[in-house]
Design a protein around this ligand. Sequence first.
Ligand code: SAM
Length: 311
Amino acid sequence: MILIICGAPIAIWRRVRFSGAKHLKITRRMHCVVSVQFYAAFARRQKPFGTDIFSESAMTYTKINYGLDAPPICYGMFAIGFFGLIVAILSPLFVSDLLLLGVEAIACLMAAYGVGMGIYMVWSSRIGKLRTCETLMNEIGRIRPWKGDEIVLDVGCGRGLLLIGAAKRLTSGKAYGIDLWKGEDQADNSPEAPLENAKRAGVADRVEIKTGDARQIPFAPEAFDVVVSHWVIHNIEEENDRSIALQEIWRVLKPDGVLALADISFVKAYLDQIKGWNSKSISFYDGGNEAKLMGFLSGGTFRPQYLIVKK
Ligand SMILES: C[S@@+](CC[C@H](N)C(=O)[O-])C[C@H]1O[C@@H](n2cnc3c(N)ncnc32)[C@H](O)[C@@H]1O
């Protein structure tokens, strides 16, 4: 058990490359072997997070980096946590006995909050959002079964999570991604990153990238069968601009097309806006307990929810 727990992060950390689902080709130092084998066994036999992110290919999972979201906030959380930790450790040296208990309590709370939120953000970028991607793709398929010939748009594709998730379901279809490649919204954000990830996922022939703003989508009206967007629109500061982005998304979606729109805030506002249009169906997922807890801990700024809409 200990080997499995230790082996997985070590194997990922050392970026061991796998050549296929059955054969492990270890390109780094041989002393990774034990941890690699334990990780591979762990990845193949179990679905520890209740999704198929590992089962499709443990190899793909280790090879593709979909990027840390909101890196300045994530690092800020860790900084708050470590500051709290240092104050908790050092406060007996410079705080009077009268205040010590209060200072220690606040410092410990800061440490727990900062480190906890930081770890959650890393987990969510590395694992949580991969699960959400699979869920969204399945939800789209429930409303409009995937045929493989769809033309898909990922608005704010970043390093290509949903873009590639959709491309994996295509045969003759194509997945387009647009983005403004903002580094503060996603680490190592660039037009090359989703292309490289698409290559690693084996879907490069079904993917195209463009630089473009969600408020002015560079495509013709009714060009797409499916439009997806994950954690993008909240980055647009002005309410009016967010509304324009939604109108743009609606403009490029074909009648009977499906929109999957996931975000960490404002999702109810999106719902209200879309309700005013003539959609055939709308489902709102409130995010369950995770959204309630994270919404509470973040003061309402982080509440992951999504909409599935048929135009
Ligand atoms: C948190 S990242 C999410 C990326 C990707 N959808 C994912 O889930 O991994 C937010 C992305 O939105 C992009 N973005 C922010 N404002 C945008 C805008 N107005 N138009 C297009 N993309 C935008 C950022 O550059 C960044 O790539």
